[in-house]
Design a protein around this ligand. Sequence first.
Ligand code: GLY
Length: 339
Amino acid sequence: MPVIDVELRDRGYQVHVGPGVRELLGELIPTDAKRVAVVTQESIPWNVDPGLAQLTITVPDGESAKSMSLVEDICRKMTVAGFTRADVVVAVGGGVVTDVGGFAAAVYHRGVRFINVATTLLAQVDAAIGGKTGVNLLEGKNLVGAFWQPTAVVCDTEMLATLPVREYRSGLGEVAKYHFLGSVPDAPAGSPEGKVNADVVSACVQIKADVVAADEREGGRRAILNYGHTLAHAIETAGEYDLRHGEAVAVGIAYAAEVARLLGRISEARVMEHRRVLGAYDLPCALPEGLDADRLLDLFKRDKKAIEGVTLVLDGPNGVEPVTGIDPQVLRDALGTLR
Ligand code: GLY
């Protein structure tokens, strides 16, 4: 089974990828731990066996569950159950669970070890790896958090077979992103796990691991992981459109390709390659009906990752990189191509 190292000196860890790797969990629990808090959701159809006394803490579904009060609730349950600094949190779920479970682990007794068992495709290729943990405030997403690396990550590709179709497609948006950040094999047609297999997941994980190892605290290189995300975040902020996060990222990737072409950074053929990858995963390239260009352009300016004027992560002769100060007319013209 593929094992990918996230090389962070004393905070380094391994990501285990493949069918059935959830069975490794017991071996990954540190030997001095006495109890495990499994943070998960009712809707997650997987039980894990950490091989130790287990306290299961069920958290609500949905991004709105990621709150400070939920973290307090998790920490209080661990306190009542007698958890010490030597014990371990295991987050079993998608990005909401790994974000909130990881943040609870970061702050409980000033930091306990945690392991992510990523059950969604999006979490396996992205959310469960990298150490960014946190919750939302009413004023915005992920405004409170900590860099707190897991001690191991488990990406059991058998778990992907039970995902609802839209959830799976959302993960494919992030998989598509990695095709432009590094080398990802095209998925074999008819693979039993759907459009991706363990080779595709591990290629994505390897790219994420390399980026995180180069820039753990998001000082620079990590920005490339936001490929496609500026427009995606603007769509998500603009209103309630029928797009899951990864689907919005797909539209954002198509958009970034058009902006890069208009700036002369990439050829028409490279734009077509973007469209081919997105099409191979049945991902959308068009803006939702009724979205106003002025509203999106305004939201670009307010993006929290904006440095000088609008910043977009764009493909180009040196690969994918952040580009600042883009001509607003180019941004507007590229929106007009997303049909
Ligand atoms: N937890 C996701 C990341 O660190 O990128």
